[in-house]
Design a protein around this ligand. Structure first.
Ligand code: SF4
Ligand code: SF4
Length: 371
């Protein structure tokens, strides 16, 4: 789209300011803070006084805040749900609703639902698009959300898409419409733990419009997380134009810290970590058709099938490069020097390739936010 540039394109081609109608930025990263705010009908009105508890696919959710007395409706919030993936895939989920009958007795109602049966299903992200991510290492093996399983001594894992991250260049305001999870989301303000140095945002969007390519479950050593794609399109002032051009990956600090205690050991930049292979190659001729396939088994996003290779929501984290015993996944995540020692990058919680894809797609996003 002529006149709209991704921040990388702007830095690489440096078009005259007057020819720049707008810029786009994006991230694609693992996040923790997704909740589902829902409402659905569990009975005809007048049969129950109110719903007291709801489990979905065995996961506890919080009922309320609306009491919905005698309506046969229940609303609630599910924090970090796994069943969300079934809903996005169009699959049935099983809801068990414990409700109080009109005579005061309790009863459990079971319902099979798909996303279509929900009157309300909004995804609430309370801490996304963090500006300053980190890289981690560890002195001893530690199970953590910053590794697919354990973070081992000598390994480094990192997050962040460097200059493509919207927060590197812009403050994102409440009320802005942005691209998130494959649809349009509304920024509701700062997210939790946001501060001047490490800003992040809270965003809400419609689960019924979410696309698996941009949002889904991602399992780590610390539990269930999600992968998420997010992008913005902006007009820019002349000063912003100059700032963006100068703020390349080599100018953006990536602190490396011990995952235990988060004490910073040294500072690197995003050009130190994004100069290796951004994506990987599946060599079908090297594949030994193992049963089970260790890549299928260990992929945190279930984004690989030995019959098809990488699926469109793969985030090129690198786990498969390590776990395939026959070297059928070719890729080099690289190495990095930390205080005179060489460490191996073994896992990435962001994908610059996927972020670039979103920054490109957001060029045609129907909303362009003002300077
Ligand atoms: S583990 Fe590697 S070699 Fe074995 S089936 Fe999977 S991709 Fe092929
Ligand atoms: S890079 Fe490999 S392990 Fe990581 S998401 Fe893609 S297929 Fe899965």
């Amino acid at each position: 789209m002529e006149g709209i540039y991704t921040v990388e394109e702007l830095q690489q081609t440096i078009p005259p300011y007057k020819k720049v109608d707008g810029v786009t930025c994006a991230t694609f990263a693992v996040i923790s803070t997704a909740s589902l705010v829902y409402e659905f009908r569990f009975a005809e009105s007048g049969k129950y006084r109110k719903a007291l508890k709801v489990k979905i696919n065995g996961e506890e959710t919080s009922v309320g805040p609306a009491p919905n007395e005698t309506l046969g409706l229940v609303d609630g919030i599910a924090s970090r749900p796994e069943f969300i993936e079934n809903l996005i895939a169009g699959e049935k989920i099983k809801a068990e609703i414990t409700a109080e009958k009109m005579n005061g007795k309790r009863e459990t109602v079971e319902k099979e639902l798909t996303l279509k049966n929900f009157d309300y299903a909004k995804l609430l992200f309370t801490r996304v698009c963090v500006k300053n991510y980190m890289a981690f290492t560890s002195k001893k093996p530690v199970k953590t959300i910053f590794a697919a399983d354990k973070l081992n001594p000598g390994d480094v894992t990192f997050s962040g898409c460097g200059t493509l991250n919207p927060h590197v260049h812009f403050k994102i305001e409440p009320g802005e419409k942005i691209f998130i999870a494959g649809t349009t989301g509304i920024v509701i303000g700062e997210g939790t733990r946001s501060n001047t140095n490490k800003p992040n945002i809270a965003v809400i969007c419609d689960l019924k419009k979410v696309k698996k390519r941009y949002f889904g479950i991602f399992k780590t050593g610390g539990g269930t997380e999600y992968y998420l794609g997010l992008g913005i399109k902006r007009k820019i002032s002349h000063q912003q134009y100059k700032n963006i051009i100068s703020k390349t990956n080599g100018k953006i600090t990536l602190p490396i810290a011990d995952v235990v205690g988060r004490k910073v050991i040294c500072n690197k930049t995003y050009s130190d970590v994004w100069k290796f292979d951004e994506s990987f190659i599946y060599s079908v001729s090297s594949c030994k058709n193992c049963s089970p396939c260790l890549v299928e088994e260990h992929c945190p996003a279930k984004a690989f099938l030995k019959s098809e290779g990488f699926l469109p929501f793969c985030m090129y984290c690198g786990v498969c490069v390590k776990v395939c015993p026959h070297n059928a996944i070719k890729g080099n995540l690289g190495k990095i020097e930390v205080n005179g020692k060489i460490f191996k990058i073994t896992f990435r919680q962001s994908s610059i390739k996927r972020a670039r894809e979103i920054a490109e797609n957001v060029k045609t996003f129907d909303r362009i936010n003002a300077v």
